[in-house]
Ligand binder design. Structure first.
Ligand code: ADP
Length: 164
């Protein structure tokens, strides 16, 4: 019996970093398909529109047919249910992530018992990397080399130029 095993990697991706990419690429070694799902209505005030975030991710994975980039509104578990996918993958960097993610996972499991939320530990070189840190680095003139894709760096510079 062959079945296509898909996983959802969800997040704000505001903007996507090499830490996100690393988790998605490693997920491709385990799953047949990775759906990268951009959250539209996060409580964080995003600097990129959902459309811009989707476009950046599509560009980054344009040569990987097993990655699909989508966006969703509302509860992640409901989105997963609508897509008929029962596995969600989240990246973990530190104890802060673990605490937040474990609470979310338990709440989601209560809402939707069929769902499995799995965690993947970041690689050491990305442990310090977050979307908010990279916004600070670029806003103050630093280089995003090794931290974000050149496409993201260009878009982030354009965006922050307008804001500073
Ligand atoms: P959210 O607002 O849903 O936390 P993020 O875009 O900040 O969205 O993160 C999406 C997912 O990627 C989360 O599971 C987060 O822990 C993970 N993540 C973010 N940065 C990294 C990183 N540097 N290494 C590994 N996982 C990461």
């Amino acid at each position: 019996m062959s079945s296509c095993k898909a996983v959802i990697c969800a997040g704000s991706f505001d903007p996507p970093t090499n830490g996100h990419i690393n988790i998605i690429e490693r997920a491709l070694r385990i799953f047949d398909k990775v759906i990268v799902a951009v959250a539209i209505n996060t409580r964080k005030a995003p600097i990129f529109t959902p459309g811009e975030r989707v476009e950046m991710l599509k560009e980054m994975f344009k040569d990987e047919p097993r990655v699909e980039v989508d966006s969703f509104k509302g509860l992640l578990v409901e989105y997963a249910g609508k897509r008929g996918i029962t596995t969600i993958l989240r990246g973990i960097r530190n104890m802060g992530d673990y605490e937040y993610e474990s609470q979310m996972a338990l709440a989601n499991k209560t809402l939707y018992p069929d769902i499995e939320i799995i965690f993947m530990m970041t690689e050491g070189k990305y442990a310090h990397l977050s979307s908010s840190i990279i916004k600070e680095v670029i806003a103050f003139g630093g280089s995003g080399c090794g931290m974000i894709h050149p496409v993201v760096e260009k878009k982030l510079r354009e965006k922050l130029r307008g804001e500073l």
